[in-house]
Write a protein that binds this ligand. Structure first.
Ligand code: HEM
Length: 518
């Protein structure tokens, strides 16, 4: 999760600029004086571009903040100071600085900046907007109850059934020589997998999961809208005038009403709780006590956790598979080597299973390489300091927000040899580098108190999804690109997660005996 909901730019800032001009001009005179002669003069700050009055450096971010941040790092060094509206902002673009903010000073930088969209859409509860003891409590639930190895194993039949259904679908289309819309197939797979595990394990149907995707897409739209009040709080009234609060409230009502129906349904028909019965997360959450150890979690808290997981988990999971398939289509030699590994370890007389994954080091190296060059959440989600602190000799005030630019670190020639080359062998030579938050040069899931709680599922889903796609089919690009695969368009669209601008399409040739596809 990427969870750029807390940044909310997606390039729409410029589109909304006209709406903001009048209030900005009115405010400028006052703020320019405070800004020029206030904070910046009294503090020695890291280098960075000069901020404009009121808006600061916001307008310099354009449609791809991660690449703009990388350009600033080239110009000013790995620690850059920006002013986004009135928010003191740092961008960290080196493994050493990632370690400083996410490990050494994790106790200071573990809060999140305020976000109107996220506050309203989660009912101001849940993991992403919490802090202090509530945050610790909710994260304990995620780590100790929801994403445990045992729980993930219980959901294995569901995951396998969904993946096999997708493989069968692709087989049918491949028989008709159709070009496969991988973007759509992978997004549907991720939606079904996550919604079933969260709350649709029982009692709901395909219509419900499709509905989820629609409403989550609507929420994503809002996470991508630039909301001026997040950056310049005294302009809250502009946001109200634009009707943003009301629209967000209406969406929240729709989302929470639907999830409440699911909670009520689970309450009426509780699933048997034992090792042989698959329970979804709502079932688990209904049994959990409150923070003080009494009673049960409130419905509002359960709703917020489910909304957190939906928004953070759906897109991150499928874009990982889409980017890695795009890289493999550009590098047929790497795809063939991964298939050879599958044929050697698993063979062609049975389908790959999750227990095979640990024996597939090259497949794992491919995914690490993909996380390096295409981190789904390229600037993570912003962290905010809860007290004044010192970093590299600079005195930073409370409420300084920091972005760790994973995208820039992954492409930095000082960190990686030939950084723009897709070469999984770098991780075959260094298998000790993993994505579990111990190696600061590769942090696709973050690390520390705010690290992604869904990491075990994110990794598992990517590995088993990729293994099945490669074992079941030979993949090639559509005919116009077959001769020159490197011409495949790899442009990115920034948002909650960075997506391929053009959804991936490819041709599939079955590799296994036909009975495996039925
Ligand atoms: C490939 C898949 C995924 C990637 C790359 C990913 C990445 C991330 C990153 C970078 C963060 C922010 C970490 C930070 O700020 O320090 C995050 C947060 C989060 N992720 Fe994931 N994620 C993935 C899948 C998932 C899944 C499947 C779920 C749940 C179903 C999930 C739930 C969350 C939640 C709830 C947070 C917020 C944590 C907090 O604010 O304390 N993620 N994720």
């Amino acid at each position: 999760m990427s969870m750029f909901h807390l940044l909310q730019l997606e390039g729409r800032f410029q589109d909304n600029l006209a709406l903001l001009i009048t209030p900005l001009l009115l405010s400028t005179l006052l703020v320019v004086v405070l800004q020029r002669f206030g904070f910046r003069k009294s503090q020695k700050l890291p280098p960075g571009p000069w901020p404009w009055p009121v808006v600061g450096n916001l307008f310099m971010l354009g449609k791809s903040p991660h690449t703009a941040f990388a350009r600033f790092a080239e110009q000013y060094g790995p620690l850059v100071y920006l002013r986004l509206g009135s928010a003191h902002t740092l961008v960290a673009s080196s493994p050493a600085l990632a370690k400083e903010f996410l490990q050494t000073q994790d106790h200071v930088f573990h809060a999140r900046p305020p976000s109107l969209a996220f506050t309203i859409l989660t009912g101001n509860a849940g993991v992403a907007v919490s802090s202090g003891s509530t945050l610790r409590f909710l994260r304990r639930i995620c780590v100790n109850e929801l994403f445990t190895a045992k729980r993930l194993e219980l959901f294995q039949p569901m995951r396998t059934a969904e993946i096999h259904a997708m493989i069968k679908d692709i087989y049918v289309e491949a028989q008709d020589d159709k070009v496969i819309d991988l973007n759509f197939k992978l997004a549907s797979l991720s939606t079904n997998n996550i919604t079933q595990m969260l709350c649709c394990g029982v009692g709901t149907n395909q219509r419900d999961t499709r509905w989820f995707k629609e409403i989550v897409d609507e929420a994503f739209h809002w996470f991508g809208v630039f909301i001026i009040a997040d950056y310049i709080p005294y302009l809250k009234w502009v946001t109200k005038l634009q009707g943003i609060d009301a629209s967000l409230q209406a969406l929240y009502t729709k989302l929470s009403t639907f999830i409440q129906q699911i909670i009520d349904e689970h309450r009426r028909n509780p699933n048997v709780v034992d090792n042989d019965t698959i329970k979804d997360f709502v079932d688990v959450l209904l049994t959990m006590p409150q923070e003080d150890g009494t009673g049960h979690l409130s419905d509002a808290t359960i709703q917020a956790i489910i909304i957190d997981m939906l928004t953070a988990g759906l897109d991150t999971s499928y874009v990982t598979l889409e980017w890695v398939m795009a890289e493999l289509l550009r590098h047929p030699d790497i795809m063939q080597r991964a298939q050879k590994e599958l044929d050697t370890v698993v063979g062609t007389n049975r389908l790959v299973t999750e227990s095979d994954l640990q024996h597939l080091p090259y497949l794992q190296a491919i995914l690490k390489e993909n996380f390096r060059i295409h981190p789904p959440a390229p600037i993570m989600a912003p962290h905010r300091s809860i007290q004044p602190c010192q970093v590299e000799g600079y005195n930073l005030p409370t409420n300084t927000q920091v972005f760790v630019n994973l995208w820039a670190i992954g492409r930095d020639p000082n960190v990686w040899e030939r950084p723009l080359e897709f070469d999984p062998d770098r991780f075959m030579q260094h298998p000790e580098i993993d994505v579990h938050g111990r190696n600061f040069e590769l942090l696709p899931f973050g690390t520390g108190r705010r690290a992604c709680p869904g990491r075990p599922l994110g990794i598992l889903f990517a590995q088993i999804g990729l293994a099945n796609l490669l074992q079941s089919f030979d993949w090639t690009l559509p005919s116009n690109l077959q001769e020159e695969p490197m011409k495949l368009d790899m442009s990115e669209t920034f948002g909650l997660t960075v997506k391929k601008t053009q959804g991936l399409c490819a041709k599939a040739q079955p590799r296994l005996h036909p009975h495996f596809y039925h």
